[in-house]
Write a protein that binds this ligand. Structure first.
Ligand code: WTA
Length: 648
């Protein structure tokens, strides 16, 4: 497979960018022509229709396709025997697995039959809650094969979170595992699903794959084993299923993500635009060469896993490495062992992982052959210069370009990143927008920040026109999509991030400007955590803010007013109540949302209209003791001193 649209020089990048702005439809039409379509778009007018007011965005509407034909079938003739997925288990002693394109195609087709036999139809929402095993990719692709809308939920979310998502998506099927291995832990996935299903009225079937073989309950008529179901298909000698004809604008998946309100949003991506954009950025950002091994360490439960473990690489006929475990198990040399073992060429991970591995020193790198590495990447949060240089020197041996890719669940794939070895890198800067991406910085009034020549400027990061991978809606609530992303500034998509731009047009992301935290590269809404804390008996009110954390990027700091029957605890160390609250948050959301610090307070700094002044709380959490800003508008300024004195 060759990629005629792979950019080969900085000059080519500039030319492509220019063309993409002058003639977006023409630019993306040329690229789209290199994919497999069942029926092409009728004319250039059908390539793009949009209006950010409503918002509506349609790419290639009326064109018919199936993303799995692009990820699987079209590679069979040329690279049927090439590994599509290399899988490394959590336990290094457990045999790794290779699925060739031919094998993966067969397994996806067979599982697609299983879905159909169990009643799944085009358009149905299928929730996938599994560990990082090849069957997760198979489940995702099998849904896409028959036109079912998958919604993958990360294995760290609690039963309550799953229940909320099932309800919101009105999901009718679940695919899960008995359990999952992650480091030293076994996660009882099926049992979490069972809890999530108490009171659920929509789920018809649960398909359970075995991995840990922990004991699980199987409810007659509802729960079926993956292996048994596949066996029925294999017994009939079936290895193929026709790919469902999808409109380019039919939904491909829903992925829930946090925003500034208490309820996660179901971000919807469609088949055609998402495919083209995930593929285009994969091929260009990483400068993927046929035959290379691409190792993205993200879980498929997050957007990074969707776009750069599954759809981007497979649509490009690449070999994608899927790792079940964590970077520190059985020791902090695990990533390096994997790179060495499989001769990985591209390593794409999160700054949090790099910072955490830095903490173990250079020992775990010793004796590991990393010479196969060609390109390194980071995603999910700003990378500090120290971590960038450590990655560059000790992992890339100063020979591998590092791509700092900025993007979001809503953007489908990278919007800002250097292209490895093609466009210049700048440590801790995501650098330049992808072709087709009209980035702008605006001030609070929505006025574009131009800046004088030679100046670095700052503002809120927005995009002026659609790219093919932009979200189309938030599931079941289009108005929410509009108010969240398209209403803050007129005629622009607002990212929620702040950024700097230097004189060369490079962007540096400074972080969220809304009430969303980024903990270890995971997005968590402060309101979500507050809601969870407030569920705890005895909690009167809470306020959650982020603070800088050496490894996680941001930590979660919670201020809690507590008047429960165990109130005496707060006068002592309060440790027991703290633990109870953490338990409640784990139940309501999942362990990833647990506050790092909980401070009990008797009041919160509020304005006379009752609004919490988070700015003050943020400063205190950051360790600031003076310069808290104007506190004169507070209802009770004395509360600030009390909070300061009780700071953790
Ligand atoms: C942040 C993850 C700085 C940002 C793909 C964004 C980054 C949020 C970077 C989206 C980066 C992502 N540099 N910040 N390279 N990449 N972010 O939806 O705040 O999980 O808005 O998507 O992560 O997180 P999400």
């Amino acid at each position: 497979m060759s990629y005629p649209y792979q950019i080969k020089s900085f000059e080519e990048y500039k030319a492509a960018y220019q063309k993409s702005i002058e003639d977006p439809a023409g630019f993306w039409e040329d690229i789209a022509n290199h994919f497999t379509w069942k029926k092409k778009w009728a004319s250039k007018e059908d390539v793009l229709r949009w209006n950010f007011k409503e918002p509506t965005v349609e790419w290639f509407k009326g064109a018919k396709m199936n993303i799995t034909e692009n990820c699987l079938d079209r590679h069979l003739a040329e690279r049927g025997n090439q590994p599509a997925i290399i899988w490394e288990a959590n336990d290094p002693e457990y045999p790794s697995r290779i699925l060739t394109y031919k094998k993966l195609h067969e397994k996806v087709c067979q599982f697609a039959h299983v879905l159909k036999n169990n009643g799944v139809q085009k358009g149905d929402r299928v929730c996938i809650y599994m560990g990082m095993i090849p069957r997760l990719a198979i489940a995702v692709l099998a849904c896409a094969r028959i036109g079912a809308v998958h919604s993958v939920i990360f294995g760290g979310f609690s039963a309550q979170s799953i229940a909320d998502r099932l309800e919101d998506a009105q999901a009718t099927f679940i695919i899960t595992c008995d359990g999952a291995y992650r480091g030293a832990k076994d996660i009882p996935l099926k049992s979490v699903i069972d809890d999530a299903l108490i009171g659920n009225k929509t789920i018809k079937k649960v398909i359970v794959a075995t991995r840990t073989r922990t004991a699980v309950s199987m409810i007659k008529g509802r729960d079926v084993w993956w292996e048994d179901e596949v066996q029925h298909i294999e017994d009939k000698g079936i290895t193929y299923i026709e790919a469902e004809e999808m409109d380019a604008e039919d939904p491909l998946f829903i992925l829930y993500t946090s925003g500034s309100t208490g309820k996660p949003k179901g971000v919807v991506h469609t088949c055609g635009g998402y495919m083209i954009y995930a593929n285009y950025t994969f091929v260009n950002v990483f400068q993927y060469q046929p035959g290379q091994i691409h190792f993205c360490t993200a879980d498929v439960g997050w957007i990074t896993g969707h776009s750069y473990v599954v759809y981007g690489p497979l649509s490009a006929g690449a070999t994608t490495l899927m790792f079940e475990g964590v970077p520190t198990f059985p020791d902090a040399g695990r990533f390096w062992d994997i790179v060495d073992k499989f001769k990985v060429n591209i390593l794409y991970t999160a700054p949090t992982a790099i910072r955490s591995l830095m903490g173990f020193g250079l020992g775990p790198l010793q004796g590991k052959d990393l010479s196969s590495l060609k390109v390194l990447g980071t995603v999910g949060e700003p990378i500090n210069e120290e971590a960038w240089h450590w990655y560059d020197e000790n992992v890339g041996k100063k020979k591998c370009p590092i791509v700092d890719t900025w993007w979001q669940t809503e953007t489908g794939a990278c919007l800002i990143s250097n292209m490895a070895g093609i466009t210049p890198a700048k440590p801790s800067w995501a650098t330049l927008p992808m072709p087709g991406v009209q980035m702008v910085l605006v001030d609070e009034n929505g006025k574009e920040v131009e800046g004088e020549a030679g100046q670095t400027v700052s503002g809120n990061l927005c995009v002026k026109a659609p790219w093919p991978g932009i979200l189309r809606t938030t599931w079941g609530d289009h108005e929410r999509c509009r108010t969240n992303y398209f209403a803050t500034y007129d005629n622009m998509y607002f990212t929620g991030d702040g950024a700097l731009r230097d004189k060369d047009g490079n962007y540096r992301i400074t972080g969220r400007v809304d009430d969303v935290l980024n903990v270890s590269g995971h997005r968590i809404g402060t309101a979500e955590v507050e809601n969870a804390i407030n569920m705890h008996a005895g909690v009167v009110e809470s306020a959650v803010v982020g603070y800088p954390h050496e490894v996680k990027g941001q930590g979660i700091y919670a201020y809690v007013i507590y008047q429960g029957s165990h109130a005496q605890n707060t006068h002592g160390s309060g440790d027991l109540v703290r633990k109870d609250i953490l338990q409640t948050v784990t139940r309501m959301i999942g362990a990833i949302a647990k506050p790092d610090k909980i401070q009990f307070v008797s009041g919160l700094p509020k304005t006379r209209s009752g609004k919490i002044m988070r700015r003050i709380l943020r400063k205190i959490a950051e360790g600031e003791t003076e310069n808290l800003g104007d506190t004169s508008t507070l209802l009770d300024p004395a509360v600030v001193d009390e909070i300061l004195n009780g700071r953790i």
